[in-house]
Design a protein around this ligand. Structure first.
Ligand code: SF4
Length: 360
């Protein structure tokens, strides 16, 4: 990148020095130059993924319980204990879902659930080890709020909890529960959830234990542009220390059936945030497009605004669906077509982004 001032100049031209600072990132986010920012982000993607490949993973979200004490205001998925529709999946149900995933060439399951006071750490450890005994599958599981909840409920440290989970078969950790890593925002949208320092602290322990994780951001509630940039800079700082984040996935708040009103951000803003994320997170290799929240067509466009990965074919998804967003399922064949039609080479990947196969 050119060693010049990071400002918008000459119409859509944006010139960057090597690392963008907070003020520069904010000025870009506030600018109207979507295409200019997109071109820079696309340039960063190309410098990291010169082979023009766009990857995806075949996996399934398994939400083992929807009972949750956190009662986040943006969440349409959770139920109070004893409420109609509250559930804990049996092991058999979970194993059946994994078998189905394997039969469709799936290589990973994403296990996540609510903060359920009736589930002790023994349940999680047994579940992980039984899955590993029965299936050759990567387990991407338990976001930081779940890990802290397990640790606190059992009076053990986060470090020890992560060690036990890893020993039982945990392969990596999803970046859920980050929302916006600014406590003023968190107090408004999820007052009972862990604060931003704790979220970052769990991820640091996860990385120190030799596991990778993803990072996420959910925007479009009560946050400001400044909060979005703060979130990105906090992630970049932790990544400088640990290098343990494999990917970043931003998406916008889906509001139906929740207790919060959206602040009204649409496709233009999504693409700008995505592009800024690619530019600010210069130490992240992979940025995912969120077709689940934005739709497959916007997912394709996102590939020219910094994203190099389409995430998952998502054989099952319950959380976003509960908030009223149900984009048509994208199976392997459709995913390949979407990526090819957008001008890229599709490839199935593993959790660690190693390529399993290319689709010519
Ligand atoms: S977002 Fe997660 S922690 Fe918050 S209420 Fe929903 S299930 Fe619980």
């Amino acid at each position: 990148m050119a060693d010049k001032k990071n400002t918008l100049s000459g119409g859509d031209e944006i010139k960057l020095k090597s690392r963008i600072n907070k003020e520069e990132a904010l000025s870009m986010l506030k600018s109207e130059s979507l295409l200019g920012i997109g071109r820079i982000a696309d340039g960063v993607r190309k410098s990291k993924h010169s082979e023009n490949t766009v990857t995806f993973i075949i996996d399934r979200n398994i939400n083992y319980t929807n009972v949750c004490v956190s009662e986040c205001r943006f969440c349409a998925f959770y139920k109070k204990k004893g409420a109609a529709g509250a559930y804990i999946l049996s092991k058999k149900e979970i194993f059946d879902k994994i078998k189905e995933t394997k039969d469709l060439s799936g290589t990973q399951i994403l296990l996540q659930g609510g903060l359920n006071p009736d589930i002790g750490i023994g349940y999680y450890l047994d579940l992980l080890s039984e899955i590993k005994e029965k299936f050759d599958i990567h387990i991407h599981a338990f976001s930081p709020p779940e890990i802290i909840y397990m640790a606190d409920a059992n009076g053990i440290t986060v470090k020890e909890t992560v060690r036990l989970l890893k020993e039982a078969g945990l392969g990596s950790v999803p970046g859920g529960g980050a929302e916006i890593l600014v406590d003023r925002v968190r107090k408004k949208i999820s007052p009972n959830k862990i604060d931003s320092e704790k979220w970052l602290g769990v991820m640091e322990e996860v990385h120190r234990a030799g596991l990778n994780s993803s990072a996420t951001m959910m925007f479009g509630t009560v946050e400001t542009d400044e909060d979005i940039i703060d979130h990105l800079v906090k992630l970049r700082r932790l990544q400088d220390r640990t290098g343990g984040f494999k990917a970043f996935i931003p998406w916008s708040f889906q509001s139906k059936n929740t207790a919060l009103n959206p602040r009204g951000v649409y496709g233009h803003y999504y693409l700008k945030v995505l592009a800024i994320s690619r530019i600010v997170l210069d130490n992240f290799d992979n940025i995912q497009a969120s077709w689940v929240t934005q739709g497959a067509k916007m997912g394709q466009v996102a590939l020219s605004f910094g994203a190099n990965d389409m995430g998952s074919t998502m054989l099952e998804e319950n959380v976003v669906k509960a908030a009223g967003t149900s984009n048509n399922a994208v199976d392997e064949k459709t995913m390949v077509k979407l990526i090819k039609d957008a001008g890229f080479i599709p490839a199935q990947r593993a959790n660690n982004y190693e390529i399993i196969k290319f689709y010519k």
